[in-house]
Design a protein around this ligand. Structure first.
Ligand code: ATP
Ligand code: MG
Length: 671
């Protein structure tokens, strides 16, 4: 069983596996270490990852990007409507409030929820990992943005389950980086912690985290982010610039044409990358629309001027993170940079100027998240032994619980988990109730979560509550933010105060206790105490109460149904590939055999069969281009079997003679 870490990136994802000798990033089917985070639908099959990328432009209406930005969101969500929509090329629709995509799949208009689409992508991740490691893949750790809320985290967990993955932990991406950094350091201090500031600027978001290390453990001190700051913002800025330029220069409106816009976006990304290493870069796109070629250039200075506002945004999260950690720049021992966009020189310079010190890049900036996730998976997996390294992560948003007031109790809410509360974490709440009651969990600062996400998290109904001896029962409720950063109520139970009479033991403590209770003056307290008893009040658990949780997770039956659907689509994709292979095999056989019938097979074809055999091969070829162009795997296989009736004995006779000739040659050479 492989131990896998997945960095779920907005542009591309990276998979790493833990092996005995260390962590390896693995390659996909075209030997790339990154797999485009894209899902595409075609007339016969789905295209996942690389194959979706190859047809992103020709099939843009059926290609889904920005998977991490859309998973688990609602259609009406402000961020979806105002921001994400600009980056998506497939139509988004509302299915019972859930954000979904409408695509043409297998010739039919089909809708899929974002959770389903993400599950498809994870299926591909699983297949890539399984094919590389030649072992089944189930246990994994998936890295997600730290700013994901409960609903987004649950959506990822549901998608993973649909894809047949068992998530040992959803790890915050910056924490994965921090783990990868710390576990390899052999010189971590015993006492005074070493503080590292990690900066990750990717395609769509930017995260800063401050982490303290001492030997064998890391503690996340604070985290700040700009959820809408990354490479794609620079790309869009360039698109706006060049679209305006081409309007005046060529009289074309690139933004009115979906394909042209995608090509300009790709051209701008390329230009941006060139500008990271050069002072000037060209932009050339042939036949972008209306048969027009476009060309332009940009200087790095011009780029930096255009991006001035964007670059200026880099400071706020740095400041916030330091403030939340209660630290100053002087407390930071090193600043580690990861993420693709950190290659933009102006960004790096601005961060460097902020800290007033050299930045470090000791980590692989593109692979650090995946490597850290794989390490976490190895730590959690029972099938792997790794050096112990404790990870103390924190929450990003405060969570409160609310409830209906009772005559005895006016309070109706409590912040149960503060911002920067450590995770996982359990809190026990106490209530006095005579009847069943509900707790509503929600984010306490709705303005801090991604705009458009409902701050409501879950409702927990505590059932079977009844008075005890005519008084409200004392009920303990165990709330937990688990290892994934997901909130739940683990259990609820009644406690009763029981007065117990206990003998006071004749120990030192017994003596102390006795004297505390007023037995002073007795010279031999310990001896005297053996014959004494005392009354103590104890809270005793009196049985569990049922808790009904209403969360944003999908119903178990829905997950099972979607899993079945996903498996059907996997089987259907496989059948398409197998059918294509059967067709290719037949085609190859026809060409290969026909070219040999008058060549090396000449003496081995029975003359009476030859004319018919060649005719059969020709007929099969004609059939392939006609009605046989599109048929089933079994029909191709049957056709090949038909040709084999005459063809196979010919090949066998040929091989036999060849083998004999080889043996004779070997014998001659050995004498
Ligand atoms: P996110 O973490 O935001 O979900 P991601 O993990 O997919 O996204 P990365 O792979 O870290 O993102 O970075 C991709 C971004 O880095 C893209 O916007 C890409 O254009 C940008 N990038 C890559 N190389 C360079 C370069 N040489 N110069 C400038 N930008 C670059
Ligand atoms: Mg990333």
């Amino acid at each position: 069983m492989s131990v896998v870490g997945i960095d779920f990136g907005n542009l591309q994802s990276v998979i790493a596996v833990a092996r005995n000798r260390g962590i390896d990033v693995i390659c996909n089917e075209v030997s790339n270490r990154f797999t485009p985070s894209l899902v595409s639908f075609g007339p016969k099959q789905r295209y996942l990852g690389e194959t979706a990328k190859t047809q992103e432009i020709s099939n843009f209406k059926n290609t889904i990007s920005s998977l991490k930005r859309i998973v688990g969101r609602t259609f009406a969500d402000k961020e979806i409507q105002e921001i994400e929509k600009q980056y998506l090329t497939a139509p988004l629709i509302d299915v019972n409030g859930q954000l979904s995509v409408k695509v043409n799949y297998q010739g039919q208009e089909t809708t899929f929820t974002t959770v389903q689409v993400f599950a498809m992508y994870l299926t591909k991740m699983r297949e890539i990992a399984a094919s590389e490691t030649k072992a089944p893949v189930s246990d994994c750790v998936i890295a997600i943005p730290t700013w994901f809320t409960d609903v987004q985290r649950r959506a990822v967990l549901d998608a993973a389950e649909i894809a047949g993955l068992n998530v040992l932990r959803l790890i915050n991406d910056s924490t994965a980086v921090a783990l990868g950094y710390g576990i390899t350091k052999t010189d971590l201090p015993e006492e005074k912690p070493r503080n590292i500031c990690f900066v990750d600027i990717g395609h769509s978001s930017y995260t800063v985290s401050i982490v303290s290390y001492i030997k064998g453990q890391l503690t996340v001190k604070s985290r700040a982010f700009d959820k809408h700051f990354g490479g794609r913002d620079f790309d869009r800025m360039l698109v706006d610039h060049f679209a305006a330029e081409f309007k005046t220069k060529y009289g074309i409106d690139v933004k009115s044409n979906g394909k042209a816009l995608i090509r300009l976006m790709a051209g701008c990304e390329k230009l941006k990358k060139i500008l990271s290493a050069n002072s000037q870069a060209p932009l050339n796109i042939e036949s972008i629309m209306e048969d027009r070629d476009v060309a332009s250039t940009m200087k790095r200075t011009e780029f930096e001027e255009l991006a001035q506002d964007l670059i200026g945004r880099v400071e706020a999260p740095l400041k916030q993170a330091l403030e939340d950690a209660g630290m100053t720049i002087a407390d930071i021992d090193a600043v580690e940079m990861v993420g693709g966009s950190i290659r933009i020189p102006a960004l790096k310079e601005r961060i460097q100027a902020y800290f007033g010190k050299e930045l470090s890049s000791t980590l692989n900036q593109d692979e650090a998240v995946a490597r850290g996730a794989a390490l976490q998976c190895a730590i959690l997996s029972p099938s792997f032994k790794v050096r112990e390294f404790a990870v103390h992560d924190i929450t990003d948003y405060p969570v409160k619980m609310t409830w209906q007031p009772t005559p005895e109790e006016e309070e109706t809410e409590l912040v149960v988990f503060n911002k920067n509360n450590s995770i996982p974490s359990t809190k026990i709440l106490t209530f006095y109730r005579s009847e069943p009651f509900d707790l509503e969990a929600q984010y306490a600062e709705p303005e801090s979560i991604p705009a458009g996400i409902n701050p409501w998290i879950a409702r927990f109904s505590i059932k079977n509550v009844a008075p005890v001896n005519g008084e409200p029962a004392c009920i303990k409720v165990k709330a937990r933010i688990n290892i994934h950063g997901v909130l739940s109520v683990e259990s609820a139970y009644v406690v009763e105060e029981v007065v117990k009479e206990e003998p006071i033991e004749s120990s030192k403590e017994g003596a102390d206790a006795a004297s505390a209770e007023g037995a002073e003056g007795n010279e031999d307290a310990a001896t005297a105490a053996t014959s004494q008893t005392r009354k103590t009040k104890k809270l005793v658990k009196k049985g569990d109460l049922p808790v009904v949780s209403a969360t944003s997770s999908l119903d178990r039956s829905v997950v099972a149904e979607l899993k079945e659907k996903e498996n059907e689509m996997v089987a259907s994709d496989k059948l398409v590939v197998d059918t294509e292979m059967a067709k290719n095999m037949l085609e190859e056989y026809i060409y290969d055999t026909r070219s040999k019938v008058d060549g090396i097979y000449k003496e081995f074809v029975i003359p009476a069969d030859k004319e018919k055999f060649v005719q059969d091969l020709n007929n099969a070829e004609n059939w392939l281009y006609d009605e046989g162009d599109e048929t089933t795997k079994s029909v191709y296989a049957a056709k090949l079997a038909e040709l084999h009736v005459v063809g196979k004995p010919v090949v066998e006779r040929y091989r036999e003679v060849e083998a004999r000739a080889d043996a004779a040659r070997e014998l001659r050479e050995s004498i």
